[in-house]
Design a protein. Structure first.
Ligand SMILES: Cc1cc2nc3c(=O)[nH]c(=O)nc-3n(C[C@H](O)[C@H](O)[C@H](O)COP(=O)(O)O)c2cc1C
Length: 455
């Protein structure tokens, strides 16, 4: 069978979060993100397109690196308002049967004990369709509003995240035995206390002595998504993640990323194919190539320059308000999102000025744009999947939700015609659909399964 492509829809609970300024486009419905019907429609459209999951990005702060304040972010809706990513999920699950949900929650600011309960509850309610996008967060404004004096250094954030996962693995995988719940009405026993274990976790960052608050959910551990780009971030993904997101604008960059990440995964004692790699793509679809390019011009005209400069400043940690727009961006290490800076400073094909980077970043958060007819876009997806060793794509939007509708109506049938995309969901849970293994649980070579000896 030809290699099968997987798809996620990239969203955030904010108006046009990944194409800054597009909220004002006549086709954009992003300002309705505060209504349940917006989310139920998103889930239904993506399930019609047989996507694996709705991937819900999130930040817990404002983009206030630019000019040292939040004014540009407020003026141009730069991922602000930023509503909660978890709360629409039950509503979306109620109107769908198969599609999964991958909310982003920060391992830097959440507590493992309560996060484990939230995601187990959702895994129950969705009958096994939950993932967790594990991030370590990059905005200074998040740290400050969550009680810290400043953002923790990246190394420390990843150390904390590592221990965070150790705690939730103990709760999800080892606290409740599979047959702990007995529902014995005659003997008046709901669950057998001998089969529910306290995890007694004591570490550098967390002390969690108790038992998990929920009985085992269909997947136990939700599917683990990650998107770290720095060397430490990649090692973290290689150790823990089942799916990773990446962003870039060339096939060459993707090839080097997938090779590197699969090698790192093998070094962690896992198999290269244990990790699903999803580059992000913004599709711009026309019935002819000329129409698609005309559409691209129209979309670019809706991008907000100042808003995108503020977004890029938050993503890279650099205050671009003091830069000359025609200045070239310099390569450096950042405590914010390394991948967002590398896109413009490590491009072998081009030196980027700030103006060019901002113009590019304004659509699909700077990721690659596939522009053309449905056939041309399917060609590109196929090439990137095969030559770039990607397992699928994270589809971003210019105007929402119409970008998803156009993709589902025109590109998905083309992928199906080529035999490289599902025509029905085979599994029941998200993990089964992603890996086609028939197993709703993590494989035994994953660190979460090996931690039994720890409790
Ligand atoms: C496609 C993509 C999506 C991301 N989504 C989020 C997000 O929603 N929230 C967040 O805090 N970080 C997000 N990140 C950032 C990373 O997960 C990570 O925490 C950050 O990049 C810092 O680590 P790094 O320098 O190792 O990449 C995303 C990164 C990529 C590439």
């Amino acid at each position: 069978m030809a290699k099968q492509i997987h798809l996620n829809g990239f969203v955030q609970n904010s108006p046009s979060p990944h194409s800054t300024g597009l909220w004002k486009h006549k086709k954009d419905e992003g300002i309705k993100h505060n209504q349940i019907s917006y989310w139920t429609e998103t889930a239904k459209v993506l399930e019609r397109g047989m996507f694996d999951a709705v991937f819900i990005a999130d930040v817990l702060g404002t983009y206030s690196v630019y000019g040292g304040n939040h004014e540009s972010a407020v003026r141009h809706a730069v991922q602000l308002p930023a509503h909660d990513p978890l709360l629409p999920i039950s509503a979306m699950a109620a109107v769908t049967e198969h599609i999964g949900f991958a909310p982003t929650i920060s391992a830097t600011y959440a507590q493992p004990y309560s996060l484990a309960r939230q995601l187990s509850t959702l895994d129950h309610l969705t009958e096994g369709r939950i993932a967790w996008n594990v991030v370590t967060s990059y905005l200074e404004s998040e740290a400050i509003n969550l009680g810290l004096s400043g953002r923790l250094p990246k190394e420390l954030r990843y150390d904390r995240a590592d221990e965070f996962l150790e705690v939730v693995y103990k709760l999800w995988e080892h606290s409740w035995e599979e047959d702990a719940v007995v529902y014995n009405r005659e003997k008046d026993i709901f669950a057998n206390p001998e089969k529910v274990h306290a995890i007694d976790h004591e570490g550098e960052f967390f002390r969690v002595p108790g038992v998990h608050l929920t009985e085992p959910s269909p997947q136990r551990t939700p599917v683990l998504f990650q998107a770290g780009a720095s060397p430490r971030g990649r090692d973290f993904a290689a150790k823990h993640a089942e799916a990773v997101f990446t962003k870039g604008h060339s096939l060459e960059a993707l090839k080097s990323y997938t090779k590197d990440l699969r090698n790192r995964t093998i070094q962690q004692g896992r198999k290269g194919e244990d990790i699903r790699i999803f580059p992000m793509v913004l599709p711009i679809i026309g019935s002819t190539e000329a129409e698609a390019y005309a559409k691209y011009e129209d979309l670019k005209n809706h991008v907000s320059y100042e808003g995108t400069a503020a977004l890029l400043s938050g993503h890279t940690g650099i205050d671009f308000s003091v830069y000359n727009p025609d200045q070239y961006l310099e390569d450096m290490e950042t405590e914010a999102v390394q991948g967002n800076l590398d896109m413009y400073t490590k491009d072998p094909n081009k030196k980027w000025t700030l103006r060019e980077a901002v113009q590019n970043h304004g659509l699909g958060n700077g990721t690659v744009k596939f522009i053309g007819t449905p056939e041309q876009i399917a060609d590109k997806l196929e090439t990137w999947a095969i030559e770039g060793d990607a397992d699928g794509f994270n589809i971003a939007q210019s105007y929402s939700l119409e970008t998803f509708r156009e993709f589902v109506d025109h590109v998905v049938p083309e992928l199906q015609k080529r035999g490289i995309y599902r025509t029905e969901y085979k599994g029941k849970t998200l993990r089964e659909n992603l890996f086609e293994t028939g197993n709703p649980h993590l494989p035994d070579n994953h660190p979460a399964r090996k931690r039994k000896s720890l409790i």
